[in-house]
Design a binder for this molecule. Structure first.
Ligand SMILES: NC(=O)c1ccc[n+]([C@@H]2O[C@H](COP(=O)([O-])OP(=O)(O)OC[C@H]3O[C@@H](n4cnc5c(N)ncnc54)[C@H](OP(=O)(O)O)[C@@H]3O)[C@@H](O)[C@H]2O)c1
Length: 269
């Protein structure tokens, strides 16, 4: 069976990565449509396809893959003409209802953090799908399986949980890395000193599991060091609270007493 043809809607990060992956997999790309003329043009040139504007006539395709911010999905879906195509969004946290009134609604969500850079190879990236009709199911599965060997179907209730887990495990460590880098820079210390251990962390967690991979003073129950760290964070009340709270959670999880830790409710200033 030939692969479904795709019209990409949006020209941001996921449009860029999915567009390149679809092209590499031989998915016919009929065009890119979006509100940002410049980035739509740029992506259409890179993908060797045509660019369209939302207000003008759109080409026929088996699927429209909506790659816009979560809060804009419903608005742009309503602008699409009613056709017998699958209308697919790429959001882990959005229900299929955002694609109403279209009949063949579907979701294709790669569980991966996507930033500008080299186009992502999705071969081993888990992709979860969902759909409201047989046609939607056939089209979204064919597209997901064209680019990934790890495709499964998941309803919104589970997608929301996986989305929360992905935010906790991916976005939070990266934000805390930024705060740790700032701490070093503010004190005239080379911020790259912490990069090798940060880079090793994910590989180690994958190899032996997060519970065994965790090290540090809270895991050892070394309360003196935990409180020394807290004393150094007094100038940043939010970071101080986060440090105290996460340390308390780690102490508990590894069966250490928590009563020696500085009170996290107290304003450290
Ligand atoms: N990035 C990731 O790691 C990732 C991973 C999996 C899934 N997703 C999902 O992918 C979707 C897009 O995320 P992204 O990271 O690609 O975001 P992004 O890079 O910020 O791109 C968002 C795109 O949406 C367009 N847009 C926003 N509001 C619009 C509106 N009202 N009308 C028309 N176009 C509008 C933007 O146009 P302008 O350029 O004009 O602002 C831009 O093309 C989201 O549903 C997200 O949950 C993202």
């Amino acid at each position: 069976m030939s692969l479904p043809s795709v019209l990409l809607l949006g020209s941001g990060r996921i449009a860029y990565h999915l567009g390149h992956a679809f092209k590499r997999a031989g998915v016919p790309l009929v065009g890119i449509v979006g509100r940002n003329e410049e980035t739509v043009k740029e992506l259409s040139v890179a993908l060797d396809t045509r660019s369209f504007s939302l207000s003008k006539g759109l080409p026929e395709s088996s699927a429209v893959v909506i790659c816009v911010s979560d809060q804009a999905i419903a608005e742009v879906a309503k602008l699409l003409p009613a056709r017998n195509s699958a209308i697919i969004h790429t959001s882990g946290a959005s229900s299929l209802d955002r694609l109403l009134p279209h009949e063949n609604r579907a979701a294709l969500w790669p569980i991966m953090t996507l930033s500008p850079g080299v186009p992502m190879d999705f071969t081993y990236v888990p992709i979860v799908t969902d759909s409201s009709s047989t046609l939607g199911e056939q089209v979204v599965t064919a597209l997901a399986e064209a680019i990934s060997t790890n495709v499964s179907r998941m309803p919104i209730e589970q997608r929301e949980l996986v989305h929360a887990a992905a935010a906790i495990s991916t976005n939070f460590p990266l934000f805390l890395l930024q705060k740790a880098e700032e701490l070093l820079e503010q004190n005239g210390i080379d911020r790259t000193l912490i990069m090798p251990s940060f880079a090793a962390m994910a590989a180690k967690a994958q190899a032996i599991g997060a519970r065994d991979a965790l090290t540090g003073p809270a895991r050892r129950g070394d309360m003196g060091t935990v409180n020394d760290h807290l004393a150094k964070l007094r100038t940043d009340p939010d970071l101080h609270r986060v440090y105290a709270l996460v340390s308390r959670m780690i102490l508990k999880a590894y069966d250490h007493p928590t009563d020696g830790i500085e009170d996290i409710q107290r304003d450290p200033r």
